[in-house]
Design a protein around this ligand. Structure first.
Ligand code: RB5
Length: 167
């Protein structure tokens, strides 16, 4: 692990699980390389080629399953815009997926939202910008405190039966 990553705060993830659809394939290859350079253990759930159109929810769910089943795993998901992956990932309780197109949002998604999954748009971001976002996202700690209360509330509300007022 690079020494620039040592900061106070909770332990860093021990594994990063990464997945994409065909539109995220090229950026996934870049980010996979970056994560290895940074010293992370990386698990790549696919897809493994850019020339065959695939369904992003299938790869989104694969990444979610690993993140939810391992205590110190975090995920990175990439599709064309990041929107589809963001929608599928956030359907699962316990997942806080942050779609980030800039460094500020990536930082805040860790500080305030304790995001455990980063979503990127392969057709939106340059490789350099995406690398910056990933570095900040992986090295920024969660602030806890009032933000922890909000996350607990969020999980509680998501598990409650929705109330539909009569129209
Ligand atoms: C695939 O063409 C594209 O729809 C997908 O990658 C993603 O952007 C969906 O939200």
């Amino acid at each position: 692990m690079s020494s620039t990553l040592s900061r106070p705060g909770p332990p860093e993830p021990e594994i990063i699980v990464i997945g994409c659809d065909h539109a995220g394939y090229h950026l996934k290859a870049e980010i996979f390389q970056l994560l290895r350079e940074m010293g992370y253990q990386v698990e790549d759930v696919g897809c493994h080629r850019p020339d065959v159109s695939v369904h992003y929810p299938l790869y989104g769910k694969k990444v979610v399953e690993v993140v939810l089943s391992r205590p110190r795993a975090r995920g990175v998901l990439i599709c064309g815009t990041g929107l589809g992956m963001s929608v599928i990932a956030n359907r699962f309780p316990g997942i806080r997926a942050a779609l980030c197109h800039d460094v500020y949002t990536a930082e805040m998604s860790r500080r305030h939202n304790d995001a455990n999954l980063l979503v990127l748009g392969g057709r939106v971001l340059s490789p350099d910008k995406a690398r910056e976002i990933v570095k900040v996202w992986l090295t920024t700690p969660f602030e806890g405190g009032r933000h922890q209360e909000r996350l607990e509330l969020l999980e509680q509300l998501a598990r409650e039966k929705p109330f539909f007022p009569e129209s």
